[in-house]
Ligand binder design. Structure first.
Ligand SMILES: [Zn+2]
Length: 354
């Protein structure tokens, strides 16, 4: 941040302009004291003033902080601003008001807005958007400090990130930790009409249903999706719930029983969650296109992102991504192969007409 011109600084001192506090400090060589622009001390002669961009610079030049305006409090204020910035980082996915942030900083909302922008180059709101955007890009997998990145990247690139954030409005992701650090996940495999099925669950519910040809590759997939979780294979008697859930899903797939309403532990970005939630609401036997789905969730132009969210579904059949087709009615893609997609749709259509 550059200092105002010398004329502006002299005018600010004469006017005791509070809005420029923090933008510069001035020392008076006859007293050896340095002040904030708003200090109520008697005005010194212009030729006796020295200007500094920071408290450190003033003190390095041998000036003492003024007892009246206590410019060293600026340090405490910067610390409070950093506290606010950290709070925004930790709660970026939540709604927050300027008033609630101002309460944290013990400042008035308008003052927080002004000095936050002076310190970081953006308003608290823009800072939050930038954090969200960063979270989005990093998929929140690392939990790395955003302040560091923003300080390091400088205002120019921050404003670039902000520009992207405003173009991506509505895609603000929630905290997303698919890695499953420290979590216990139990899994088991079972044969179904769609081939071998692996189901895995956390204590919140089913987090993984995949289909494949052999147990080894299914477990490799599970490890891939939850690299940091503790996986344990579950004999039926040790996890009666998982066993019951697998049986219910198998009966749905193989014998046409109704789709079981199992507890799901879905993890994804806010956008993915929206897509998957919508899929859960589609009636059995109904199909729709990626374009229609995008329109239903009020993101008519996010067709490719919708298709990608479907392709990233980890909970096959239970989150019925197989009910989404291409615009021309062709099957499109399916994570577990088009044959399985066709079989699921045929079975559902048949049950509807029965
Ligand atoms: Zn002073």
């Amino acid at each position: 941040m550059s200092m105002p011109s010398e004329e502006e600084m002299q005018a600010a001192i004469a006017a005791r302009d509070q809005s420029l506090d923090g933008h510069f400090f001035y020392g008076v060589i006859t007293t050896g004291v340095f002040c904030q622009p708003s200090c109520s001390a008697r005005a010194a002669r212009p030729e006796n003033l020295r200007f500094f961009s920071s408290i450190e610079a003033a003190m390095l030049a041998g000036f003492r902080p003024c007892k009246r305006c206590q410019p060293a409090d600026g340090v405490a204020r910067v610390e409070r601003l950093v506290t606010v910035a950290r709070y925004i980082e930790d709660h970026a996915a939540e709604r927050m008001t300027l008033a609630s942030l101002a309460a944290i900083a013990e400042l008035s909302p308008s003052r927080l807005q002004r000095i936050f922008k002076a310190a970081f180059g953006v308003s608290p709101k823009a800072y939050q958007d930038a954090v969200r955007m960063r979270h989005f890009k990093q998929s929140l997998k690392e939990g790395e400090g955003v302040t560091d990145a923003i300080f390091a990247s400088g205002f120019g690139s921050l404003s670039r990130v902000y520009g992207e954030a405003s173009r991506n409005i509505g895609m603000t992701p929630k905290a997303y930790r698919a890695g499953g650090a420290g979590e216990m996940i139990t899994y088991a495999c079972r044969n179904t009409a769609l081939g071998l099925m692996a189901m895995a669950a956390t204590d919140k519910g089913v987090c993984f249903v995949h289909f494949g040809d052999d147990e080894e590759s299914l477990i490799a997939k599970l490890k891939d999706e939850f690299p940091s979780a503790e996986l344990s294979v579950s004999p039926a008697q040790a996890a009666p719930e998982l066993d019951a859930w697998m049986q219910a899903l198998e009966q749905h797939i193989s014998q046409g029983a109704p789709r079981p309403d199992l507890p799901l532990d879905m993890r994804g970005t806010a956008f993915q969650m929206k897509v998957w939630q919508f899929l859960l609401s589609i009636r059995e036997g109904d199909v729709l296109s990626y374009t229609e789905l995008a329109a239903h969730i009020d993101k008519p132009r996010a067709v490719r992102a919708v298709a990608s969210a479907c392709a990233k579904n980890r909970i096959g059949v239970l989150i019925p991504c197989h009910r989404v087709l291409r615009g021309d009615g062709s099957l499109g893609g399916y994570r577990w192969g088009l044959e399985r997609k066709r079989a699921l749709l045929d079975a559902e259509r048949e049950r509807r007409t029965r």
